[in-house]
Design a protein around this ligand. Structure first.
Ligand SMILES: [Fe+2]
Ligand SMILES: [Fe+2]
Length: 320
């Protein structure tokens, strides 16, 4: 395994040298930046495993650097340790609010410094492992879709629409992230569907249709062992349930169906209607909107979600 990369950010070179000297005996790859601008550039270029960050710096302050790290999806899990003087209590509170992971008070205690760094690096390594496992699943879906010209990009489009509907319904950023991942993985269970059925260039027989219906529970079983995906499992298992209880695999109805799965059900149907399939041509988006408008109280979808979806699509059109 490569050595963890630590970026030391301080406008005072003496402090940088001091930290470097204290960390030199450890198996870390040390780098430094002397102002906020240089720090941000190095963070985006090299993706360090941990940042030791001074607060008071010219150009861009440590607060801004911390905020930028924690607001960016690519860097938000890089641990940030703030280097501060004992008297700066208000600064500490502000940095906590910005998402800093820990503090070190000058002058540094070597044991405290190395212990805190080690525990945050362990956490980061665990998070990287989870990230890698999730990425394997996302790649698996892409590989599956690449085999079939008709479904290429389906999961990414469903993720885009589902997240937008979630925003329209006022769901939290956390719920939006859950539905994004759930939508990306919703059809992963098609890995368990026979290839001759999946790629069949025509309408399915009754038996083939029954076979395809295994994909939500197969997907659920594939993703279940990964704890970080647990909140998304409802999207995978229940995206073919119907409000009237006629869906599958669990024949849930109405409020029994998780909200996120109900959102995916609407946008998944929309994407299926508006893309070519081996057995039929795609329909224009306007025609699909009319079908949703007409059928929204007929039992397949939740009418409130159909409303939110149509509102979102119309506002998207206005922006374009
Ligand atoms: Fe599906
Ligand atoms: Fe789908």
């Amino acid at each position: 395994m490569s050595q963890p990369r630590i970026l030391i950010v301080d406008d005072n070179p003496v402090n940088v040298d001091l930290l470097k000297a204290q960390l030199k005996p450890f198996p870390y790859n040390l780098d430094s930046a002397y102002d906020g601008e240089e720090a941000l550039k190095k963070i985006y270029d090299t993706m360090p495993d941990l940042v030791l960050l001074d607060l008071m710096m010219p150009k861009i302050s440590g607060y801004e650097v911390c905020r930028a790290i924690k607001q960016n999806k690519e860097t938000q899990f890089i641990p940030v340790i703030i280097i501060t003087a004992l008297s700066e209590l208000d600064d500490k509170i502000k940095a906590i609010e910005l998402g800093a992971d820990d503090f070190l008070v000058k002058p540094f205690n070597k044991l405290e410094l190395t212990t805190r760094i080690r525990s945050l690096l362990n956490l980061k390594a665990l998070h990287d492992d989870v990230d890698r496992s999730e990425n394997i699943l996302f790649s698996l879906v892409k590989a599956l879709e690449a085999k079939d010209g008709y479904t290429r990009g389906h999961s990414e489009r469903v993720a885009f629409y589902a997240t937008a509907v979630a925003a329209q319904l006022g769901l939290s950023p956390k719920e939006m992230e859950i539905i994004r991942k759930g939508a990306l993985l919703h059809d992963i269970g098609k890995i368990g569907v026979k290839e001759e059925v999946l790629l069949k260039p025509g309408a399915f027989t009754k038996e083939e249709m029954e076979h395809i219906k295994i994909h939500p529970s197969v997907g659920y079983d594939i993703c279940k062992p990964l704890k970080s995906i647990a909140p998304c499992l409802c999207c995978i298992r229940s995206h073919h349930e119907r409000i009237d209880g006629e869906g599958y695999p669990d024949h849930l109805s109405g409020k029994e169906i998780p909200l996120l799965a109900k959102i995916i059900s609407v946008v998944d149907s929309f994407d299926a209607m508006t893309t070519d399939r081996p057995y039929r041509k795609k329909m224009p988006k306007e025609t699909a909107f009319k079908i949703f408008e007409k059928e929204k109280t007929q039992g397949q979808w939740d009418p409130a979600i159909v409303e939110a979806f149509l509102d979102m699509m119309h506002s998207l059109k206005e922006i374009k």
